[in-house]
Design a protein around this ligand. Sequence first.
Ligand code: COS
Length: 390
Amino acid sequence: MDLDLSDEQRLIQETAREFVDREVVPRARDNDRAARFDLELVGRIGGMGYLGAPVAEEYGGRSLDYVSYGLIVEQIGRGDSSARTVVSVQTSLVCGSIERWGSEEQKQRWLPRLCSGDALGCFGLTEPDTGSDAAALRTRAERTDGGWRISGQKMFISLGNHAEVALVFAQTDPSEKHRGIACFLVPTDSAGFTSQEIHGKLGLRASDTASLALDGVEVPDDALLGSVGEGFKIAMTALDSGRYSVAAGCVGICDGCVEASVAYAKDRRQFGVPIASFQLVQEMIAEMVVKRDAARLLVRRAGILKDQGAPNTVETSIAKLYATEAAVDCANLAIQVHGGSGYVDDYPVERYLRDARVTTLYEGTSQIQKLIIGREATGIDAMTPLRAGS
Ligand code: COS
């Protein structure tokens, strides 16, 4: 595995770093405090081509490789995980799914506007009663003359209040279980489609999170993405990319924790010396550095496999599991290095902890990632006790 970055990848990394320091970092605290979804910032991120970086240029993307995409997402994650969530959802879950599974007409209709940031999209998989067991979703799609009628509820949907199009996963035939699921491109101004903001989140306060209700929403046949029965596969392939993106963002959190902690520890003096002189402080910094580097290498491996077109679901789960847990650990350690100052938002580390916390939950919990990894290692499916015993 060649871990070296090409000259072009280094340039992409450096450009993203400068962009984030200039545009993302200065706004992060105020947006967090105000719980503001910063549409102007989204526009600037779109202007950089960061909302559809791996999408083909003919559809408005930048045709970038996955390693480069990961480098961009890492930088944005270092600046602000709320902004990074926009990039991950829009690029990996929405644009990636439309590019891979969409008809030529669907791609032409949606991708250029999504890649530029003129339109936002959301990914409607999770429901009030359906999280880890995604195949058990209850939203129903029934055939009508020339189309479908969709009814159900979706929960914890990032960008759901601002999206123009929602990928809605719905069951067409419950007896078919996961093979009955279909995915629809639903314009959010459709009659019967409503969204509601979810308030009171621990972190990602500057990210838009919605519950969606679909009350007999009618869509034409050409709103179907892929074919009936392919919906579960569409969701899983989208998550293979989304988990990679979350993991890359978490490397950025780890890196931000190292940077902030090193700077603080060299500046802050106690007992007459900078606290960076103390072995117990260096131990915390060393732990952060090791976790950041390990997470970065795991993300790089997953990216390289994706660029090779090789199977990478398990390697992506390994990267997602490790990087998200590392981000929580690093943020917690970074607060410890900062002492009382780390507990208030003069420094970014308390936001890092609040924002990191959701990453071990969304796009598949750490427990789901372990079950995917364990199944590959043992050949035994332990997803549910019932199946493990059968
Ligand atoms: N890529 C393509 N296809 C995949 C896939 C992937 N990564 N993972 C599974 N599939 C396919 C399988 O090949 C299988 O296809 P067939 O019907 O042709 O046999 C089908 O999907 C069912 O797969 P599997 O048996 O693995 O499903 P399980 O119910 O055992 O496990 C888990 C599915 C639990 C792994 C899945 O439901 C999951 O990831 N849950 C978490 C959901 C999640 O992340 N939610 C958060 C959303 S936030 S946006």
